[in-house]
Design a protein around this ligand. Structure first.
Ligand code: ADP
Ligand code: MG
Length: 269
């Protein structure tokens, strides 16, 4: 006799989880995914690291954030995932003010974010599967749903069938793919990538950028911080520049900014 079909049930559980993840209401959220209003961040009393930052990111955008080393790219992203809080101004995530969330509420914010770092931050002695699954385990996803979702995420990053391998046996580029799978497996609305190609060779860097572009094409908003000019030049995305703590849209003279900095970089090397 035929066994009871499991498929529809799994699909049912899965879509209800996706519905929950994608918002509290039935109506789609049309507010910008991110609004920064007059944001200041001080690490030193006298000089703000970020000054009067006004930035709106609409749903579905791919935005490069650039600027020289030490300009505040990581700080900008850290304010969004609440590693730090703003000293003044507001940050709205999907219309909700996250700049003054209580510590208790921060995990709820992070559930809606995928974060990818330069140094991967994978657990080396865990398997690939475990490194990705952790993102769903903390959301208490049922095991049978989790297994399918992890396989799907690994397939999306080009690591299908590699789940049982120890992560430290993988190459750097592959370890970054594991980190990206971990970031996307919970289908967050926004992915924050902080110099995700910084530890990789130029060709691998392009491959990883392409992967983020594919993730973006499937509907996820991406904020990608990099100081790598060859990457910025390889892809025509919106570009914001942090210069002396201010965030400037690329449309206001990026070419001049870029040319000036490229010359400085070449002269310096
Ligand atoms: P980027 O990512 O563009 O290289 P960062 O955001 O890391 O720049 O740093 C911007 C500035 O803020 C630097 O001058 C850095 O020293 C300072 N800064 C960043 N994080 C901290 C911190 N936790 N404590 C003190 N200063 C910090
Ligand atoms: Mg940085």
């Amino acid at each position: 006799m035929a066994k009871p079909a499991e498929g529809p049930d799994v699909e049912g559980s899965r879509s209800s989880i996706i519905r929950k993840r994608r918002g509290d209401d039935a109506t789609p959220n049309t507010k910008p995914i991110l609004v920064m209003e007059e944001v200041y961040k001080y690490f030193r009393r006298d000089v703000p690291t970020l000054r009067n930052v006004n930035l709106t990111v609409e749903r579905g955008e791919f935005v490069f954030v650039t600027g020289p080393s030490g300009s505040g790219k990581s700080t900008l992203l850290q304010l969004i995932y609440r590693q730090h809080s703003v000293d003044s101004g507001r940050i709205l995530f999907s219309g909700r003010d996250i700049s003054r969330l209580t510590d208790k509420s921060i995990p709820f914010l992070r559930r809606n974010l995928g974060i990818v770092f330069q140094d991967f931050k994978v657990v080396p002695h865990w398997t690939v599967f475990e490194n990705v699954a952790i993102a769903l385990e903390i959301l208490s996803t049922p095991t049978r749903v989790l297994r399918g979702r992890v396989s799907e995420a690994l397939e999306r990053v080009g690591l299908a069938g590699r789940g049982n391998e120890r992560t430290d046996a993988l190459s750097g580029g592959e370890q970054q793919r594991v980190a990206i799978a971990r970031a996307i497996v919970s289908e967050p609305a926004l992915i924050l990538a902080d110099e995700p190609t910084g530890n990789l060779d130029p060709q691998l860097a392009i491959d990883i950028l392409t992967l983020f572009e594919e993730i973006h094409e499937s509907g996820t908003t991406v904020l990608f911080a990099t100081h790598d000019h060859s990457l910025l030049q390889s892809a025509p995305h919106r570009l914001v520049v942090i210069d002396e703590g201010r965030v400037i849209e690329a449309s206001h003279g990026l070419r001049a900014w870029s040319a000036r900095n490229a010359t400085v970089a070449e002269t310096g090397s």
